[in-house]
Design a protein around this ligand. Structure first.
Ligand code: GLP
Length: 280
């Protein structure tokens, strides 16, 4: 795991976008794992901008989202299908047939989960998985007690998660009780993971995820087991980290320019990942 701390949320989002851009240029048919949540909004805005300004090409890219609410149709403005189209897919040259989210309206939810897993495998597995983190440390919707080897399945949302996501619904009680989510094990199989967390409200969970003991109660701790995982933070989200100085030393010893020096940084977990670099 490597930890990269940027001065503010904008530069952190830009850092994540730089890594995604690099991965996409190394592998134009990137299998890109996508996340939702407010933190991702500036990432998608920047990717759309880069497509418009610099012709960043998504035409061969294939995507798999982490999760979707059970019971929300794709055209429901609160669904993740809708979020992704509005925020990202409709703004770039991605082929919508290559974009995938679990179907929260499926009659047979278990079969839908199994189908999603198979589809990821059929596409060669996820190259780069973008991740946010919930206030309770969830990845996707892997709520406390999610096994590290769990696969795509239906999860009951915790009260913390329902409260966190309530502002995105017209009324708090409209937040669905369940969602389909990739499992922790599914996420850990991605070749690279890139987690972005910003803001003071994430500081408490970020330190547990990065420096705390492995626990199924905080699924983001599972990323400590991943061989090529980069955590991109702003200073607020990083403010509780105890080993901050060590992370700076690692960046310096790898001769990686500190984000303060030129505003951009390519995490080695992404740039030096042979699985990506081998497939130009
Ligand atoms: C939802 C998503 C998670 C995401 C989280 C963070 O719960 N299912 O994948 O990490 O939101 O949200 P935010 O970025 O709004 O804090």
């Amino acid at each position: 795991m490597e930890v990269i701390i940027h001065p503010n949320a904008e530069l952190a989002a830009q850092g994540a976008v730089d890594s995604i851009t690099w991965a996409l240029s190394a592998k134009p048919d990137l299998v890109f794992g996508l996340a939702t949540g407010c933190t991702m909004e500036s990432v998608y805005d920047r990717l759309v901008q880069k497509h418009q300004d610099e012709a960043l090409d998504f035409s061969r890219c294939r995507t798999f989202n982490l999760d979707e609410y059970v019971g929300l149709a794709a055209d429901d403005p609160c669904s993740y299908h809708y979020f992704m189209r509005q925020r990202f897919f409709d703004g770039v040259n991605i082929d919508l047939r290559n974009t995938h989210l679990p179907d929260g309206m499926a009659d047979d939810l278990e079969a839908e989960c199994a189908k999603y897993e198979k589809l990821i495998v059929a596409n060669g597995g996820i190259d780069l998985q973008l991740l946010g983190i919930g206030l309770n440390g969830h990845l996707g919707f892997n709520e406390p007690l999610s096994a590290f080897r769990s696969r795509t399945r239906v999860q009951t949302l915790s009260r913390v998660t329902q409260a966190q996501n309530a502002s995105l619904f017209p009324k708090p009680r409209q937040v669905p009780r369940r969602a389909i989510t990739m499992g922790v094990g599914t996420i850990l199989e991605a070749r690279c993971c890139l987690l972005l967390a910003t803001g003071l409200e994430k500081a408490e969970i970020v330190v547990k995820a990065i420096e705390g003991p492995l626990t199924a109660m905080i699924t983001a701790t599972a990323l400590q087991l991943h061989p090529t995982c980069t955590i991109v933070l702003d200073e607020e989200a990083a403010s509780n980290l105890r080993e901050n100085d060590h992370y700076q030393r690692i960046m310096a010893s790898q001769k990686i320019p500190h984000p303060n020096e030129n505003g951009s940084h390519q995490p080695p977990a992404v740039t030096q990942n042979p699985l990506l670099a081998d497939k130009p």
